[in-house]
Design a protein around this ligand. Structure first.
Ligand SMILES: NC(=O)C[C@H](N)C(=O)O
Length: 321
């Protein structure tokens, strides 16, 4: 029997894609993505067995919330077997930061869950998927990966899922992180029973119509995430709309369209993060909009109220402020 038993869950993405006259589309099945474990290689694989399961075959940019929850459920199912050492999930890179973060929100087991994918289709001359999958299998089998939560492995690099974002459309090192070691508050809920909460996300810019906030509220958004400029700033007219939305019971979370650094309320003047916070918005200090949106949707879908949501975002900040 192999020393490590890895479950490989496949979901589509470029790692499973081949090129057609109509563009690259996921085509390979789970069995096609399992490397030949016995093949000679300069960097040998550890002693592992791999059980591969097709969960879905989608481009991650078109993945629905239901499909994302299904992946998290698939991970939980795999980990019900105590003999499983770790789980590898292949996934498109466009929204890997969302699904890997979602998986980590529910991941309380010490065993590693490792997401990987590819920047180039499986039939491209520079296909990076096979190497990434082998690297992910190594990480999943490595005892030193235990207790680190959900990891993302791509282009020879590894990150914690929390804090990452896609930074390149064509570099094999597709991701970077705002912070390599964010705390990992988890959500204590059954992933198969999360309610649907509509959460809209907007990137702000000078001259943005404040009406986008009212439009989201009128369409019954339960939450709104704002990727504001700089350290969480915008126009005073937007602040007024945020105050109205909060008054109507909508939870507003402010992050930044800037990729690096903490969002620390510093500026006033009516549209600064100091004003947005006073208007009732919650500051997401490190998680950028895609991951803040996932957190807010899950928190609202599990019945958390605004103070508990604020507490979650505080607990996601290493300084805890
Ligand atoms: N590199 C990729 O995987 C991109 C692809 N569109 C996806 O996210 O599914």
């Amino acid at each position: 029997m192999a020393a490590s038993r890895i479950v490989l869950l496949t979901t589509g993405g470029t790692v499973a894609a081949t090129t057609t006259a109509d563009g690259a589309v996921p085509a390979l099945a789970a069995a096609d993505l399992v490397p030949d474990l016995a093949a000679p290689r300069t960097d040998p694989l550890p002693d592992i067995s791999v059980t591969a399961t097709d969960l879905m075959s989608v481009d991650s940019s078109a993945m629905t919330a239901t499909e994302r929850f299904r992946i998290v459920g698939g991970i939980a199912d795999a980990l019900t077997d105590p003999d499983v050492t770790g789980v590898v999930v292949t996934h498109g890179t466009d929204t890997m930061e969302e699904t890997a973060y979602l998986a980590d929100l529910f991941h309380t087991d010490d065993r590693p869950v490792v997401f990987t994918g590819a920047q180039f289709p499986a039939d491209a001359p520079n296909a990076d998927g096979p190497r990434n999958i082998e690297d992910a299998l190594r990480v999943a089998a490595d005892p030193s990966s235990r207790g680190k939560g959900t990891l993302v492995v791509l282009g020879g690099r590894m990150w914690s899922a929390r804090g990452i974002f896609k930074v390149s459309t064509d570099n094999p090192i597709a991701f970077d992180t705002a912070h390599p070691d964010l705390p990992r508050p988890v959500i204590d809920a059954d992933v198969t029973k999360i309610g649907h909460a509509r959460v809209d996300a907007f990137t702000l810019y000078p001259g943005v119509s404040p009406g986008i906030i009212a439009a989201a509220v009128s369409q019954n958004a339960a939450g709104i995430v704002l990727a504001a400029t700089g350290s969480g700033n915008t126009h005073p007219d937007v602040t007024a709309q945020v105050a109205g939305a909060v008054h109507d019971g909508v939870v507003v979370v402010v992050t930044s369209r800037v990729p690096y650094g903490p969002i620390v309320p510093t500026y006033g003047g009516g549209g600064g993060a100091v004003d947005l916070q006073r208007a009732g918005a919650i500051i997401s200090r490190w998680l950028r909009a895609p991951q803040a949106r996932i957190a807010l949707a899950v928190l609202l879908g599990t019945g958390h109220d605004a103070p508990r949501i604020a507490e979650f975002f505080r607990a996601s900040d290493p300084t805890g402020d």
